[in-house]
Design a binder for this molecule. Structure first.
Ligand SMILES: NC(=O)c1ccc[n+]([C@@H]2O[C@H](COP(=O)([O-])OP(=O)(O)OC[C@H]3O[C@@H](n4cnc5c(N)ncnc54)[C@H](OP(=O)(O)O)[C@@H]3O)[C@@H](O)[C@H]2O)c1
Length: 284
């Protein structure tokens, strides 16, 4: 039986991916901070929950070694756990940066460090890293998030190049906005910001009006089967990515416009420093 580990598998995109894999008969380990209450009802296929914090490299390594050892193989390592941060560059503190790098980037690195050698030894396997459209375009008002997602894209594509000769496949998932609890939980455990406090409002779509995690999971499995390097959805995300490649300067201009619109939408004026001090020069 094929096996998979899905980090962040208790909620949102990870949950949808875990369920979709299980529905295809894959034995799935849902690795997350909290156990999903309804795991038993997720359908056919063997499912287990393992508590893991992806920022803990040793815990991730122990989990991956245990699953591969017990099952005799590891087919899919889905490094998906992530957090959202939102706010202007002026609002982002060192804590926002550190936490985002720890979860969104180091979490993926820990999964790769643990799973890749096992997959190379067995001569097959598929590493799936969840980045974001924010890893492909200059997404403003969430600098640490954008930076870590760009890093995950680079890591994934470079690893894909190395891994091919070992029979190991690597892809990176770059969704636009997807309807998950993440959009209501920006800056978890971190200092509040004006934009981050209302991410869903800033996007302008309430629950049920965004792309669903189940639709994305279907896109991901289809993209994996086709051997895609970058899996991006919905179509609007793929268009934004394509435009950014064709016209990088235009992408920055569009990001500038979006940043101003969101800022103005928050309080009727552009955000300045929180202490009300002087604005930085326009060229900063
Ligand atoms: N939703 C979107 O619009 C969107 C768009 C592009 C990319 N993504 C990316 O997709 C991935 C999944 O996001 P989602 O939207 O599905 O969010 P979600 O519904 O909040 O699910 C993320 C899961 O990861 C868990 N998690 C957080 N920190 C963790 C840690 N240190 N160790 C283990 N698990 C941890 C969360 O647990 P808690 O709930 O307990 O924190 C949660 O169960 C993320 O990498 C995100 O950046 C999301």
């Amino acid at each position: 039986m094929r096996t998979a580990i899905v980090t962040g598998g208790a909620s949102g995109i990870g949950r949808a991916l875990a369920r979709a894999l299980a529905a295809r008969g894959v034995a799935v380990t849902v690795a997350d901070l909290n156990e999903p209450a309804d795991l038993a009802g997720w359908g056919k296929g063997e499912l287990e929950y393992a508590r893991v914090d992806v920022t803990d490299a040793e815990a991730v390594a122990a989990l991956v070694a245990r699953v591969a050892g017990e099952r005799g193989r590891l087919d899919f390592m889905v490094n998906n756990a992530g957090i959202a941060v939102g706010g202007t560059a002026l609002e982002m503190t060192r804590a926002h940066w550190d936490r985002t790098i720890d979860v969104n980037l180091r979490g993926v690195v820990h999964g790769v460090l643990a799973a890749y050698p096992i997959m190379v030894r067995q001569g097959h396997g598929h590493i799936v890293n969840t980045a974001s459209l924010a890893g492909l375009v200059p997404a403003p008002l969430m600098l640490p998030y954008t930076a870590t997602k760009h890093a995950v894209v680079g890591l994934s594509l470079a690893l894909r190049a190395e891994a091919a000769e070992h029979g190991v496949r690597v892809c990176v998932v770059c969704p636009g906005f997807v309807d998950t609890p993440l959009l209501d939980n920006a800056n978890p455990g971190l200092p509040a910001t004006r934009v981050g406090a209302a991410a869903r409002q800033a996007i302008g779509h309430g629950p049920g009006r965004l792309y669903s995690a189940d639709a994305l999971a279907a896109d991901v499995l289809r993209g994996m089967a086709r051997g895609k390097a970058v899996i991006s959805a919905p179509a609007s995300a793929r268009i934004a990515w394509r435009l950014a490649r064709l016209w990088p300067g235009g992408a920055v201009r569009a990001a500038q416009l979006a940043s101003r619109l969101v800022n103005r939408g928050q309080d009727g004026r552009e955000n300045g420093p929180r202490d009300g001090g002087p604005r930085p020069p326009r060229s900063a």
